[in-house]
Design a protein around this ligand. Structure first.
Ligand code: ZN
Ligand code: ZN
Length: 397
């Protein structure tokens, strides 16, 4: 009898332990799914707590450093919104992008029908054409690389139709590693019209946009940006260095030669492209939670005494001067992602009202699709880790 009772108690005890084991794994998953969505959707506060193991990003060479990293499980109060910190809850709600869904399939331009665009430098027309297809877990985008608006090839004349292939994951995911630096030159992203988006640097190594605004004299190789921040490069690949908002402004067939940067304000919460990690890039202006259109500003500024002649290295990240993190992105609600998603912006100014460097993504918060830098014929170089110390990769041109 006693033995039987003991046996019963033993079984009960095992049962209790079993339950505890289950319930102890429960809360973490529950908390991930029930943590307030406001974390993910706030426009104003970019992640204020860390609940995950090691996602604190510390920019490699700058001014602001989060010192010393606390124990992985602790909560960091970053006070004034320092640092881009990946919140596990935000991650959980932010990775719900699915590029096969209806709202995302509508963002492409030049996909339903081709658009003929005039090269205002060279004369003649080129065709903007975009074809998307699902290949495995990826969305593959084939394009001619020609914008959906009349354009200026300028000095790199002339743009020619390309056989561009861009690949992004159907469901982009944030990385828990440090962000991967975008290639210093050449394509870092592409537009919904299938056009290349380049980083700030031109062939000689200067910031093409700072040059355009007269910050320095280019004595190495003449460079000129055309309408909407784009021009053609060797190989005929048309690309944007900044702006690109006119791809949407142009929809009402106004004369593109009337486009000036200030008109970007009329393009609000529009998808302009995708970074190589698959996360979307939005227009310079977005509608905030109060329904107001606001300009998204970058958080970089020129180092004292620098003018952009040496490109990226002339800038420093200054936490909090603008709206965006060191990759030029943030978490917020968008029309396509009502629960909020991480995304980048095209930036025209920083928080001080100066140059909007880096203008497009400077690094990637998500997992980068390696295919992306390898499947095209334009001499792209694969992204380097942020602490890459081997000097710059060879210029793509
Ligand atoms: Zn260029
Ligand atoms: Zn945004």
């Amino acid at each position: 009898m006693n033995i039987l009772l003991c046996g019963l108690l033993f079984i009960l005890a095992i049962g209790v332990i079993g339950c505890e084991a289950e319930s102890s794994s429960g809360p973490s998953s529950v908390s991930e799914s029930t943590t307030p969505e406001s974390d993910a959707v706030s426009n104003d506060e970019v992640g204020t707590t860390v609940e995950t193991a090691s996602p604190v990003y510390v920019k490699p060479d700058p001014v602001v450093t989060l010192s010393p990293s606390p124990s992985p499980t602790s909560t960091i109060d970053t006070g004034g919104g320092t640092g881009f910190l990946i919140d596990s809850a935000s991650t959980a709600t932010s990775t719900q992008i699915d590029y096969t869904s209806e709202q995302w399939s509508k963002v492409w331009l030049c996909s339903d029908s081709d658009i003929e665009s005039t090269d205002l430098t060279a004369g003649g027309t080129q065709t903007c054409s975009v074809l998307t297809e699902v290949v495995g877990d990826d969305l593959r985008v084939n394009s001619t690389g020609i914008p959906n608006h009349d354009f200026e090839s300028t000095l790199g004349c002339c743009a020619t139709e390309q056989n561009s292939v861009w690949t992004i994951p159907l469901k982009p995911e944030l990385s828990y590693e440090d962000p991967v630096q975008a290639p210093e030159r050449g394509a870092v992203a592409f537009t919904v019209t299938g056009v290349a988006i380049y980083g700030p640097e031109e062939g000689p190594g200067g910031d093409a946009v700072a040059l355009e605004y007269g910050y320095f004299e280019e004595d190495r190789q003449p460079v000129d940006l055309g309408i909407c921040g784009g021009h053609a490069g060797p190989g005929g690949e048309y690309h944007y260095h900044y702006d690109s908002n006119c791809m949407h402004w142009h929809e009402d067939s106004q004369d593109i030669s009337e486009y000036v940067v200030g008109l970007a304000a009329s393009v609000v919460s529009k998808v302009v492209g995708f970074a190589f990690d698959g996360f979307p890039i939005y227009s310079t202006y977005e509608e905030n939670s109060a329904g107001k259109s606001i300009e998204m500003t970058s958080s970089y500024r020129l180092k004292i005494g620098e003018d952009g002649y040496d490109g990226i290295e002339d800038y420093e990240f200054m936490e909090g001067i603008g709206d965006l993190d060191e990759c030029n992105g943030h978490f917020a609600v968008t029309p396509e992602a009502p629960n909020g998603t991480y995304h980048y912006h095209s930036t025209l100014t920083n928080g001080d009202g100066d140059l909007g460097f880096p203008y497009f993504p400077l690094c990637y918060k998500g997992i980068v699709n390696e295919d992306n830098t390898q499947t095209t014929d334009s001499g792209r170089v694969p992204p380097q880790p942020p602490d890459f110390a081997g000097g710059r990769p060879p210029p793509p041109r």
